[in-house]
Design a protein around this ligand. Structure first.
Ligand code: AMP
Length: 280
């Protein structure tokens, strides 16, 4: 059965109040739609852990710093609802924009520190937009558990921090990155790649895996970063925003691999910005 779609906060609240009264736990999976197996893995994890599962679909204008990117972001609501059918989610919350940002909305949630680097350095205001909408979705759904992908690892850390700092009573659960067979991390943005670019895209994960092997052998980022960037550019990527080794908790920059270190990358291919990260 296709889960009911709710577009209004009042409807969402009526539903969650009934579940709470019955003593049922609630899990939320926030998404921007154009669902793929990565999103579905989060919904499955929620299904296993919680009595009730809400998937939210909201293309959040506040987290786009480029209007063209917002316009071109894929929107596939009907297909999304069908894809969720087999998982058996209880509610799909697709808030009308004014349910999230009513007239006169004036509050921003801003997490400092973790957002200064990586995608925060290149995308002004992006994480404020993420933190603000996620805070609203946590408070609107009043979920007990929230499921986020490690695909957006910095976002996962930012969300953990805001829930902790604001005493939001929700447990944030990180789920592994789901990949295509050729290693490309699944992403709604992959739909924007032409067939020719799609063939080149897995080089990003390949380069990162080779870097991981080199780091594990004791090599440092200073030696291996420039050759890796050159490989990406030779493969057809037009720009590398970052290719960095960082601590998996506080995201501080590392040169050599330490326990918990992760490798992070963002690079442009034919006008599409791809990001990935792997544990080293
Ligand atoms: P988005 O719709 O891109 O905002 O993503 C919604 C959620 O799905 C976020 O928690 C993402 O980290 C997660 N997600 C996106 N792609 C993947 C993937 N390939 N594997 C696991 N989770 C993912």
């Amino acid at each position: 059965m296709i889960a009911p779609i709710e577009r209004r906060l009042s409807g969402l609240r009526a539903q969650t109040a009934a579940w709470r009264k019955a003593g049922e736990s609630i899990g939320v999976v926030p998404t921007m739609g154009a669902l793929h197996q990565g999103h579905l893995s989060l919904a499955r994890a929620a299904r296993e852990r919680c009595d009730r599962v809400i998937v939210t679909i909201f293309v959040n204008p506040k987290q786009f710093n480029n209007p063209d990117d917002l316009d071109s972001y894929p929107r596939t609501e009907g297909d999304d609802a069908k894809k969720l059918e087999s998982i058996g989610v209880d509610l799909i919350y697709v808030p009308d924009p004014e349910q999230i940002y009513p007239n006169g909305f004036a509050t921003t949630v801003s997490v400092s520190g973790l957002t200064d680097m990586l995608c925060g350095a290149d995308r002004a205001g992006h994480f404020d937009g993420v933190a603000t909408v996620v805070t609203k979705l946590f408070l609107q759904t009043q979920a007990d558990f929230a499921f986020f992908g490690e695909k957006d690892y910095q976002q996962l850390q930012v969300v953990r921090q805001l829930a902790r700092d604001l005493d939001i009573p929700i447990e944030v659960i990180g789920c592994p990155t789901i990949r295509e067979e050729d290693g490309l991390a699944m992403s709604s943005r992959n739909l924007l790649l032409s067939d020719r670019s799609r063939i080149k895209a897995p080089v990003l994960a390949e380069v990162m895996e080779d870097m991981r092997d080199q780091l594990q052998k004791g090599e440092g980022m200073q030696q291996i970063t420039e050759p890796a960037k050159a490989r990406l550019l030779a493969a057809g990527f037009t720009q590398v925003d970052y290719l960095e080794l960082r601590d998996g908790q506080n995201l501080s920059l590392l040169d050599q691999s330490l326990p918990g270190a992760r490798l992070f990358a963002a690079a442009w291919l034919a006008g599409v910005r791809l990001i990935d990260n792997i544990a080293v």
